[in-house]
Design a protein around this ligand. Structure first.
Ligand code: PMP
Length: 352
């Protein structure tokens, strides 16, 4: 049941309005957006509209600052491969972190999310907007002369985007009720980037390959809906979060890893004496979908690099779960989730 799906940071359900606008681009309007005939022009106009909708969501005047990609992983890798020296925050998603490690980039030091320590000189600094494990809103260190990249994947359609300054930004449609496999790199002048893929003249010559027109259309609709409704959704999510957490108030030996001022969409909780993974499985049995961390590393046995970077004790890290809310959750489902979580934690603790 969609209202019991609390793993929206992993991916979100597709809004039916998005599906509806995508459908013709699989059938009647199947043209290649680079063809000059009528079917091609129809596809091309749809892509233009999607581009301006995404630009509008980011408050950009020029739609050509939006380059469509296959998702945020691609956009993030592309940015890091831009050349020059790179420094990234220690909290980044694997698509930045692994690329940074492969390129021998510097990982910035931090004190409880404060990144203003140590050597911060680099040609490019990458600091995500909203952390995908804890929901924390990250602030980049004051830097002069570096290009600033922000991975806004967990911020778009959730929190106010005007708070983020950037030269380059990444995002993904499937985190904002759009389809999977489509995202964008936002490029502000005068920052430039070498083409990612060479071939046809697609995407201003920066990313060759026949465009994923239905996906791009879907991302555009998702962006337009977010521009109209995100603020309202956020208010609902604040209430849902409070309802779920309220049910845990009498529980002992647990902590909220999400700092004040975070995105309300993501809550990280740790429980002493239980395994996060076991909680995920027990809640799944009860029909609730949550996660024990980032979906991309949920099959790994390594402790989360985000929680390690925060200096958390391994005993607490082991008992960590992530609840991520979305617009299809209901108050009743949030309350039941909190109740069920408390019941399962108490049950598991008596089994020791
Ligand atoms: N960055 C962040 C912060 C994410 O949460 C994700 C998705 N887990 C990505 C990048 C990767 O996005 P995509 O699935 O579109 O490649």
């Amino acid at each position: 049941m969609i209202e019991r799906y609390f793993d929206n940071a992993a991916t979100s359900p597709v809004d039916p309005r998005v599906i509806e606008e995508m459908l013709p681009y699989f059938s009647d309007a199947f043209g290649n957006a680079n063809s000059i005939h009528e079917p091609g022009r129809r596809a091309s106009h749809a892509v233009d509209l999607a581009r301006s909708r995404v630009a509008h969501l980011f408050g950009l005047d020029d739609p050509n600052q939006v380059v469509f990609t296959s998702g945020a992983t691609e956009a993030n890798n592309w940015v890091l491969q831009r050349g020059g020296t790179v420094a990234v925050s220690p909290f980044e998603h694997a698509s930045i972190r692994e690329a940074a490690l492969a390129l021998n980039a510097r990982i910035l030091s931090n004190d409880n999310y404060d990144l203003s320590y140590g050597d911060r000189s680099a040609d490019l600094i990458s600091v995500m907007g909203v952390n995908n494990e804890t929901g924390a809103i990250l602030h980049p260190p004051a830097i002069g002369g570096s290009a600033l990249h922000r991975d806004l994947t967990q911020a778009v359609g959730k929190v106010n985007l005007s708070q983020f300054e950037f030269d380059l930004a990444s995002c993904s449609a499937h985190k904002l009720y759009g389809p999977k496999g489509v995202g964008a790199l936002i490029l502000k002048e005068p920052v430039s980037i070498e083409p990612l893929l060479y071939g046809g003249e697609h995407e201003l010559g920066l990313r060759a390959g026949t465009l994923n027109v239905p996906g791009i259309v879907g991302m555009g609709v998702a962006a337009a809906i977010a521009a109209d409704e995100a603020e309202n959704d956020r208010r609902t999510v604040v209430e849902l979060r409070a309802l779920a957490l309220h049910e845990l108030k009498n529980l002992t030996d647990f902590q909220l890893n999400t700092p004040p001022g975070s995105s309300p969409y993501i809550v990280s909780l740790s429980f002493l004496g239980v395994e996060g993974e076991t909680l995920v499985i027990e809640l799944d049995r009860a029909g609730f979908s949550i996660s024990s961390g980032a979906a991309c590393s949920s099959k790994s046995t390594e402790p989360s690099h985000v929680l390690v970077a925060l200096g958390m004790d391994p005993v607490w890290i082991r008992g960590t779960i992530r609840i991520s809310f979305g617009k299809y959750n209901t108050g009743a489902a949030a309350t039941s989730l909190g109740k069920e979580l408390r019941r399962v934690v108490e049950k598991l603790r008596t089994m020791h």
